[in-house]
Write a protein that binds this ligand. Structure first.
Ligand code: ADP
Ligand code: GLC
Length: 485
């Protein structure tokens, strides 16, 4: 089976969040199960500046974008694993960020990703790739089924591929004014109520849901939630009509990257059988973030958090609750970037509690690993969470997560129950500060009771959320859709 995986993010090349983790790991897991995988992503400045080896294939694709015809250079990674191609166009992708500056999205995002997707179709045709499945992800690649059907010029193409689309987050739909539609070169019939049109605008996600042979999202619970007005972000009706082809498949963990036994980014390695290294990691984290190591620091729990600083991640809840949270005898270490107002809020907390609260604003993969390893408890109070990866990483690092019962968090975390040695974290159902606080207090109490905490840590470290299981489910889905063709 030949699968082309198209994504705007893939670790380690470029990533802003979980989509990059998925693009970096799922194709390898598919390959491990015998699938012939090829990946394509844009060549951002970050890819060019990274230490990764890639070279020019000298393939050039002519891409019509509105009235212009632009040339895409095709580069290829010289790395083991799935064949990875990059679409290079410096005018569009040689920028500081992937999609936006802190103030606003780039104005030409529609043009940029139309160019990228058409270049991918041009590449498949140039290389005569006989793909069975084209698997695309989120709004940036949501128009692929259209370009596969209509070609780069919008006049038609012999489409032999089946398409699978994964929704990683329904909150980002790729909505653009109708005035930019001509960049797509698609027939105007595609800009209809049945296809891309949504309240007068173009809605890329809607188009993919309508057109793709299969639609998946990243947890079973989220697959149900998005059928409701609360989580559907206006697309619940469109999704309900497509329910027959909608599946939830939980993401996995790349244990090659996230495992304290072999993590080169943390101060000391450790395992369920020998946890000494975890204390070394805790000390290194506190020292590294300049928190005060006062007497008894070992017994004071470290709450860690790594997150985009946006409403989705529960920042509004923390904003209202931090005062009460910090009345507990804890350390809090936070890493994130996002909305200016939340960045400033976090900085103000660090100023207020300089000995116990630390924050680093920015994207820092090494520190993300060090927080997973050095914390005792991981904070993930997301308002909604399609899957969430850090709660699963936390389990492997023996760091018990506190989560809100939503999406993938609800599917992966169960309440700790010492009476029968079950559970792997602390989960609150109502999205309120009081509920969050009560979970936090319970976590702290459990932490203080080492007869409960130590066995719980050992137990959660043995849990297995590897990608193999998810890859198996994707392969089954690919097979089902191929059988339908
Ligand atoms: P989302 O994709 O919604 O941001 P996920 O939990 O699926 O949430 O994935 C987030 C990923 O991004 C994790 O691998 C996490 O460690 C990483 N991450 C998020 N923010 C940062 C940051 N500021 N620095 C480093 N890594 C980060
Ligand atoms: C999105 C979601 C997150 C998910 C990730 C990878 O960014 O917000 O919950 O884990 O995609 O699928």
């Amino acid at each position: 089976m030949k699968v082309v995986f198209v994504s705007s993010e893939m670790r380690p090349f470029a990533s802003t969040g979980g989509l990059g983790d998925v693009g970096g790991a799922l194709p390898f897991a598919l390959m491990g199960q015998g699938v012939d995988v090829m990946r394509v992503m844009p060549m951002y400045r970050r890819v060019l500046e990274g230490n990764l080896q890639c070279s020019d294939t000298h393939i050039r694709i002519q891409v019509p974008v509105g009235l212009r015809t632009l040339e895409a250079e095709i580069w290829r990674a010289d790395e083991p694993g799935p064949a990875t191609y990059f679409v290079r166009k410096d005018e569009f992708f040689d920028r500081r960020e992937l999609y936006s500056l802190p103030e606003r999205d780039y104005d030409d995002n529609f043009e940029r990703f139309v160019f990228f997707q058409k270049a991918v179709v041009g590449l498949l045709d140039t290389l005569h790739v006989q793909a069975d499945i084209v698997h695309t992800n989120d709004w940036q690649t949501a128009l692929m089924p259209y370009f596969l059907e209509y070609g780069t010029q919008g006049i038609g193409r012999e489409m032999h591929e089946r398409t699978v689309f994964t929704i990683h987050n329904l909150a980002y739909q790729g909505v653009f004014p109708s005035s930019v539609f001509p960049y797509s070169s698609l027939p105007y019939s595609c800009f209809s109520l049945e296809e891309l049109e949504f309240y007068g605008n173009i809605n890329c996600l809607k188009g993919a849901i309508k057109r793709c042979h299969q639609v998946t999202t990243v947890s079973e619970r989220y697959a149900k939630e998005i059928l409701t007005p609360e989580f559907g972000s206006g697309l619940e009706g469109v999704l309900a009509e497509s329910q027959h082809k909608l599946t939830g498949i939980l993401n996995g963990v790349d244990y090659g990257e996230w495992d304290p036994r072999a993590d080169i980014l943390i101060a000391a390695s450790y395992s369920a059988d020998n946890m000494d290294g975890k204390l070394t990691c805790k000390r290194a984290l506190l020292e590294g973030t300049k928190l005060r190591l006062k007497k008894g620091w070992e017994k004071r729990p470290v709450i860690g958090m790594v997150s985009r600083l946006v409403d989705q991640k529960g920042m509004d809840l923390l904003a209202n609750t931090m005062e009460a949270i910090m009345q507990e005898d804890i350390y809090f270490v936070m890493l994130g970037s996002g909305l200016e107002m939340y960045q400033e809020l976090c900085l103000s907390w660090a100023k207020k509690w300089p000995e116990r609260f630390a924050v680093q604003i920015g994207y820092n993969n090494a520190l993300a690993h060090q927080i997973e390893a050095g914390s005792d408890i991981f904070m993930m109070p997301s308002k909604f969470e399609p899957c969430g990866l850090n709660q699963m990483y936390s389990l492997r690092y023996g760091t018990l997560p506190i989560v809100h019962a939503t999406g993938g968090l609800d599917d992966t975390i169960t309440n700790l129950d010492p009476s029968n040695n079950t559970g792997n974290g602390f989960k609150f159902t109502e999205y309120t500060g009081a509920a969050l606080l009560s979970s936090l207090r319970e976590a702290i109490a459990r932490y203080r009771d080492t007869d409960i905490w130590y066995p719980a840590r050992r137990r959660i470290m043995a849990e297995d959320f590897s990608w193999d299981r998810s890859a198996e489910r994707y392969i089954k889905l690919y097979e089902t859709t191929l059988a339908q063709s």
